[in-house]
Design a protein around this ligand. Structure first.
Ligand SMILES: [Zn+2]
Length: 428
């Protein structure tokens, strides 16, 4: 009898192991399908000068969705776009890891997205064995994944993933990279606080939830994503309204705590409202601009010139994406989008190259035109477009570091100046 039970339980174990590996294969297939590469055959091959400059940069990227997928952040994967080893190989020094918690499926007969549409993020969570019913649960789960990777990286042979929670930790990261240490900085971002204020929008409840996110290490806060939510309207939502009263509280509290506000995906009305409310420069972490995007671009997703002006006037930066819907097909379009932003800044009396950054959207269910471990292709592309060495250094890292050094906890104008001085001293 005992032996039969053992055989039976062995059989059940084998079956569940088989089911587990089938689930793993299904998740990998979905991951491969959503996070494709559209690597540009016309992209320049980096020469020795491109590679030398690229290695001399301190590269910061404002947005990647790696935490959404069932891959170990510390393992070099042969599918999907990015992980710590591939980013490190591409000389990324600081990566923002965003958390997607609800993403409606684009229904072909509809021109907008709503919270009621089928939710791809919940479906993905279900096949990955993550929290299915709760957007909040999915956010906290992804924050746990980040912290787990941080702790394990200290014991691993690969590069150490160093969390950046305040302005002095950012400076310490820059100094460590300058000494050639095997470290890469990571920061947590939320892409849509859909649950905040959903049932109780009272200021105390909204503020308490922002505080809980802060305590878990969240430092970049995007109130919305691809549909109108209780905090704000989205650029692809059905109503596209501005900030709600709860949204105003959320942004004020987040900014006061030293979180960087990210208005990627926000409606024009939201950007206008936020620009009037925020005291510090904000970012649009991953985007293109509507005026310079042809062919496969999705106009609603990209920044209008009015919204772009609002970002520039705040002293903020736009992270330019690498995928076709944002910038158009072909990597040569990436510097074209950057030039449009620089021209707009110039026309407003601002220093042109201080407002552009990198916003890859790696692993964001897009087909990226540049690989994380071959980011020197981007440096080569910018050089072919005639960008000066100093402009490339501003765009690929300095602009983000300066904004973070001012906005993060412990940040100030003096800290921003000090951070920039160290970057100029140790890097290109
Ligand atoms: Zn996004």
């Amino acid at each position: 009898m005992k032996r039969r039970t053992l055989l039976l339980s062995g059989g059940v174990g084998a079956l569940s192991a088989a089911a587990f590996s089938m689930r793993g294969a299904a998740v990998a297939a979905v991951d491969r399908g959503f996070n494709r590469f559209a690597l540009d055959p016309e992209a320049p091959t980096p020469d020795a000068e491109d590679r030398d400059l690229h290695q001399a940069l301190f590269l910061a990227d404002l947005h990647a969705d790696c935490l959404k997928w069932d891959r170990d952040l510390l393992d070099w994967s042969d599918y999907g776009h990015a992980d710590v080893p591939r980013l490190y190989a591409g000389n990324t020094a600081l990566q923002v890891f965003a958390m997607v918690t609800q993403s409606p499926v684009n229904l072909p007969w509809r021109s907008c997205l709503s919270a009621q549409d089928p939710n791809h993020a919940a479906w993905l969570a279900a096949i990955q064995g993550r929290p299915v019913r709760s957007t909040r649960g999915r956010a906290f789960y992804q924050m746990d994944l980040f912290w787990d990777a941080v702790h394990r990286s200290r014991l691993s042979d690969g590069p150490e993933l160093v969390p950046v929670l305040n302005a002095s930790e950012l400076l310490a990261l820059i100094e460590a990279r300058g000494r050639g240490e095997s470290v890469m900085g990571g920061m947590l971002a939320l892409e849509g606080g859909h649950w905040i204020g959903q049932y109780d929008p009272s200021p105390g409840v909204v503020a308490a939830e922002i505080r809980r996110l802060y305590d878990r290490g969240l430092r970049i806060f995007a109130p919305g994503h691809r549909f109108d939510n209780p905090l704000c309207g989205s650029s692809e939502g059905c109503e596209r309204y501005g900030l709600s009263p709860a949204g105003r509280i959320a942004l004020e509290v987040a900014e006061d705590h030293g979180m960087i506000i990210d208005l990627a995906h926000a409606s024009e009305a939201t950007i206008k409202d936020a620009a009037g409310l925020l005291k510090k420069p904000f970012v649009v972490s991953h985007s293109g601009v509507r005026a310079v995007c042809e062919g496969i671009c999705r106009p609603d997703r990209n920044l209008s010139d009015d919204s772009l002006r609002a970002v520039l006037d705040s002293g903020g930066v736009v992270g330019v994406g690498y995928w076709g819907h944002a910038v158009g097909e072909g990597v040569a379009n990436i510097p074209r989008v950057m030039e449009h932003i620089m021209d707009m800044a110039d026309s407003r009396g601002l220093q042109p190259d201080r407002h552009v950054a990198l916003g890859s959207d790696f692993d964001g269910s897009v087909a990226t035109q540049i690989a994380a471990d071959e980011l020197n292709v981007l440096t080569a592309t910018m050089r072919r477009a005639g960008f000066a060495r100093d402009t490339i250094a501003q765009i690929t890292g300095r602009n983000v570091c300066r904004l973070f050094a001012r906005g993060l906890p412990g940040g100030s104008d003096a800290m921003a100046d000090q951070t920039e001085a160290v970057l100029r001293d140790r890097f290109a």
